[in-house]
Design a protein around this ligand. Sequence first.
Ligand code: UD1
Length: 418
Amino acid sequence: MDKFIIEGGRRLFGSVRAQSAKNSVLPLLAACILTEERVTVRETPPITDVACMAQILRELGAEVVFRDGNAVVDSANAGDHRISSSLTKELRSSVFMLGSLLSRFHRAVIAYPGGCDIGLRPIDLHLNALKRLGVSICERDGYIYCECEKLTGAEIVLDFPSVGATENILLAAVEAEGRTVLEGAAKEPEIVDLQNFLNAMGANVAGAGSDVIVIEGVKKLHGAEYLPVKDRIEAGTFLIACALCGGEIEVSGVKSESLGLLLHKLRENGCKIHTKNDKIRIASYGRLKCNRRIETMPFPGFPTDLQAQMTALNSVCEGGALIVENLFETRFKYVPELQKMGADIEVKGRNAFVRGVKGLHGASVTAGDLRGGAALVLAALGAEGTSEVYDLSHIDRGYSDMQGKLKNLGAEIKRVRV
Ligand code: UD1
């Protein structure tokens, strides 16, 4: 187990390039099993969620190697359709395997998925959609057993634009017989990326990025080589870090449209932001102002995956902020850790009331989930004195070499064995 030791109070300067998006790479890897031919997903970030997804593919009989930063997946010999509970509990994205396993083998058995402890995270929308495509599902002893004679295209309406359910439907429907029309789809950029990837493999999917996605089933998919979109959440985390510490940085790789509302909120704080192509420049000087209200919503709303980082930022701004978390029930678990650093935040259900303080002070804190952990690192970077952030396994799930990238920007951060 490692910890970060952070000496706060350094301004950030320089540039950083975003990694490939975790939330793209994971469903893309799940999609690799749809074909017997070789698939290369380029520039896969060395994060533990990716390693875990690779392990799941290997357990199913696929060969996965990481070469020059790319994942090369050969699932010609994949034959198993069951994923052990130890792996599914590690990684919520293992649920995508339902769609791709059903496409390839017409059978799938997985344990109930795990992931960050941020709320109930049911998968009823996934299962109901799969039923519409002709899958029989039986849930027993913590496992989900799915099978079908064949998958048949259908009209599916999602009551809520779930990212994972949308992706699972795409994966299940690409090789179904006939046309699937999905209404109420999630519109995240990572859904568009999955559509583009599947089409590069020979699928016929259109409409991703809008409410309605139409999938014409094809007989067979083939191999492909694909470069995923960059990680808007990692990029957003660095922008917020600069806002909080002060300084001027440039984040590249991410289009401003994918971070629209964040950039608006950072301007509201008083940051200067310039965007050009896939580069975003931020400058932050002097004390910033609190955002009056930030409310998380499905894309294009404010991303829940940046909520914790923005709470950390607001905790040192002038005034007060209301942060409303609409997506997950218990996504304020990091708040008691921020309070150890002097933050003045009151949580009531899905609302956090932040009263900005002049500054935070260093403390020993523990990451409890991926984005909450990132928020603690940001708070420590902006705090006066030394902080220790424990349990980096959560942060390692989604950020590759976070300390190296922050160090390059001028932060004083060390990673040491506990
Ligand atoms: C994905 C992202 C995650 C992000 C989230 C919301 C990946 C690997 N993860 O997670 O980083 O925080 O989108 O942007 O891409 N729900 C149901 N029933 C279902 C499915 C979801 O009630 O069957 C609810 C969830 O409990 C949650 C909300 O819908 O309250 C959003 O979940 P969803 O969009 O599915 O998120 P994930 O795909 O799990």
